[in-house]
Design a protein around this ligand. Structure first.
Ligand code: C2E
Ligand code: MG
Ligand code: MG
Ligand code: MG
Length: 280
């Protein structure tokens, strides 16, 4: 369904996510080395406005430069070993640096979302670090979005809401990731300070059924009634796109439009109209 135009093929290149068979201890070692020797990189997946086809922002997704190990796997090990705190700070700094770089190059600045593990709540200096980083690179806080998942709320840590409020006070945006996979209680949406809901891929797949379509439409309406915006994740099929658009979904992120891209691949697509590039 995607128009591959000769030289544009690169945009669908993805550092293969085939898992190299490695033991946990090997991966822990690889992570420690990557922290020391600059072994990480970020890929950026465009988020597309359903109405205009323009990029409204990017999600930063962590990659190991030299290994094809899936993030789900190595992030898990980073969480268990506590390395996630240091890695999370690296991701934060790298994303803020990237926003500053695009500004310097004269591109219309677009927000970058970073993923934030519930384990990072225990990185007690993080709020100060975040503020310092934004100051250092002179990036306005609303260009950074922090993706949390429901697990952050399930930890039942009294400090969680306080932590999120501190983030809001800095002025960064907060998105609720993987919505619809966990213990989704709509109740959360009324008391956690979020700006954006990310509908999970698995949920979006279910919406292809007619009955579920009504559920999807109600969910979108509900999110809007709370003055939040909604983005659907993992969209691969034109049919999914059509239905989400009809249902009033604001944004879409998925292979239908683009895989995560590396820094040097972004500039060419920065101002694309993605609606002109898919066959519906
Ligand atoms: P996530 O935050 O829900 O990110 C979305 C995942 O879906 C990404 O996988 C992305 O590449 C993939 N994706 C996007 N569109 C499509 C699509 O159309 N089809 C399919 N099949 N997949 C799609 P990825 O990059 O492998 O990351 C997996 C998870 O690892 C992320 O899920 C996130 O939970 C975690 N992760 C990645 N980077 C970071 C990071 O810097 N910090 C933390 N804490 N977690 C991260
Ligand atoms: Mg995410
Ligand atoms: Mg997600
Ligand atoms: Mg996920």
């Amino acid at each position: 369904s995607v128009k591959h135009g000769g030289k544009n093929n690169f945009m669908f290149f993805n550092a293969g996510m085939l898992d190299e068979l490695k033991h946990r201890t090997d991966i822990e070692y690889i992570l420690r080395e990557a922290i020391k020797y600059n072994g990480f990189t970020l890929a950026y997946q465009p988020q597309i406005n359903v109405q205009t086809g323009k990029i409204i922002g990017f999600e930063a997704l962590l990659r190991l430069k030299d290994y094809k190990i899936s993030p789900n796997k190595f992030i898990n090990i980073a969480e268990e070993t506590g390395l996630i705190k240091e890695i999370g700070r690296w991701v934060t700094k790298q994303a803020v640096r990237q926003i500053a770089l695009w500004q310097e190059k004269g591109y219309e600045p677009k927000p970058i979302a970073i993923n934030f593990s519930s384990k990072q709540i225990k990185d007690y200096g993080y709020i100060a670090f975040l503020q310092d980083t934004l100051n250092k690179y002179q990036v306005a806080p609303d260009y950074l979005e922090i993706e949390i998942t429901e697990s952050i709320l399930m930890e039942q840590n009294a400090n969680t809401i306080d932590f999120l409020n501190q983030l809001k006070k800095i002025g960064v945006r907060i998105a609720l990731d993987d919505f619809g996979t966990g213990y989704s209680s709509l109740n959360y949406l009324t008391f956690i300070p979020v700006d954006k809901i990310k509908l999970d891929k698995t949920l979006c797949e279910k919406f292809l059924g007619l009955k579920n379509l009504r559920v999807m439409n109600s969910l979108i309406a509900l999110v809007h009634s709370l003055d939040l915006v909604i983005i659907a994740e993992g969209i691969e099929e034109p049919e999914q796109f059509k239905r989400l658009k009809d249902g009033g979904c604001d944004y879409i992120q998925g292979y239908l439009f683009s895989k995560p891209l590396f820094e040097e691949e972004i500039e060419e697509i920065y101002n694309y109209n993605f609606l002109e590039r898919i066959v519906l």
